[in-house]
Design a protein around this ligand. Structure first.
Ligand SMILES: Nc1ncnc2c1ncn2[C@@H]1O[C@H](COP(=O)(O)OP(=O)(O)OP(=O)(O)O)[C@@H](O)[C@H]1O
Ligand SMILES: [Mg+2]
Length: 308
């Protein structure tokens, strides 16, 4: 089964898709078979970053036709490297009411893709779809810029994702799910309290659902003057969400990034010696190490779930 990594941000325009395209290319250069999936519903544009203006097929086909196999929607984007892209859908009407069954079908197809790594660009915002697409992964990345609004939006996103993760651990008809649905929570502790009030034995299941949910942060557009208070963000998350955040690395503000986007090429391809490209080389190493450590840990904790 492939390793699925999702990339989110909360706030839009912070560089998620740019990060996905560059990480994808770097991982493919390491010999890994990589598939990028553009789950930015309504705002899909990852294909443009590779100069693909009119994708011959996209997730729209997958959602509208049950006979379509996800594997057939993956297009090579950096031949001869093993990097493929499944273009997203701009059809918000098709996906506005994406039923649970369709999401389940998507997850089944993702797990069966003939690839080593899947990077999922989940788009901005905190809609249920966005949270669900983020949570379908094995590992979670979050992108933020030093802008305080980006940090705040990221905090909100991770808090809501944690709450959603707890909620989806219970079946739709479970009294716990009914007690959690359509309520506004300020912290995960509040959620756990509500779970306990509905069914005391549910607390353990809720805590299990959150176990291992530690998104790793990529700080983008950093300048020597950036004073991003990651410690503050980490403390907030620990206090209100109960989850820790590790910093995977920093990508500097770099005009080569804008140039690369205008040339429809990832910056690691266009300007391999640029500060941003060098930073991506390091972030890729850190990502590989993080996934290796966590998968080893997961295997040690759950010997029956050993990966093939
Ligand atoms: N490190 C950087 N240095 C300079 N410019 C950058 C950097 N990162 C991103 N940008 C600029 O930010 C723009 C937005 O990047 P991108 O499209 O990847 O963001 P996004 O988070 O995917 O946006 P959306 O939420 O709309 O999907 C890029 O087109 C580029 O001009
Ligand atoms: Mg994007």
């Amino acid at each position: 089964m492939p390793t699925i990594i999702s990339i989110a941000s909360g706030k839009g325009g912070v560089g998620k898709s740019m990060v996905v395209s560059n990480l994808g290319l770097q991982l493919a250069r390491k010999g890994l078979r990589v598939t990028l999936v553009d789950m930015d519903i309504g705002g899909a544009n990852l294909h443009i970053l590779f100069g693909m203006f009119h994708p011959p097929s996209s997730l729209t086909d997958f959602f509208t036709d049950r006979s379509v196999n996800l594997e057939d929607l993956a297009h090579l984007v950096a031949s001869p490297l093993p990097l493929r892209l499944i273009p997203g859908t701009g059809e918000t009407l098709i996906t506005a009411n994406l039923q649970h069954a369709k999401k389940k079908r998507l997850i089944r197809h993702l797990q069966k893709l003939d690839t080593d790594v899947i990077l999922v660009d989940v788009g901005a915002g905190t809609s249920y779809h966005t949270l669900d697409f983020f949570l379908l992964a094995d590992h979670f990345l979050a992108v933020a810029t030093p802008d305080p609004t980006s940090v705040l939006d990221l905090y909100r996103f991770i808090k809501l994702a944690s709450i959603r993760k707890v909620l989806t651990a219970f079946l739709a008809r479970d009294p716990v799910a009914a007690a959690l649905l359509n309520r506004d929570f300020h912290s995960v502790t509040e959620v756990l309290e509500a779970v306990g009030n509905a069914n005391e034995s549910g607390v353990e299941l809720a805590q299990q659902a959150l176990h291992g949910f530690h998104p790793a942060l990529i700080l983008n557009r950093m300048t020597p003057k950036s004073r991003i208070n990651t410690l503050h963000l980490r403390n907030l998350l620990k206090q209100y969400v109960g989850t820790d955040l590790s910093v995977l690395g920093n990508i500097p503000e770099d005009s080569h990034v804008q140039q690369s986007i205008l040339k429809y090429l990832p910056v690691v391809e266009l300007a391999p010696k640029s500060p941003a490209a060098m930073a991506f080389a390091q972030v890729t190493e850190n990502l590989i190490e993080l996934v290796r450590q966590r998968e080893e840990l997961a295997e040690a904790l759950e010997p029956r779930k050993l990966r093939a």
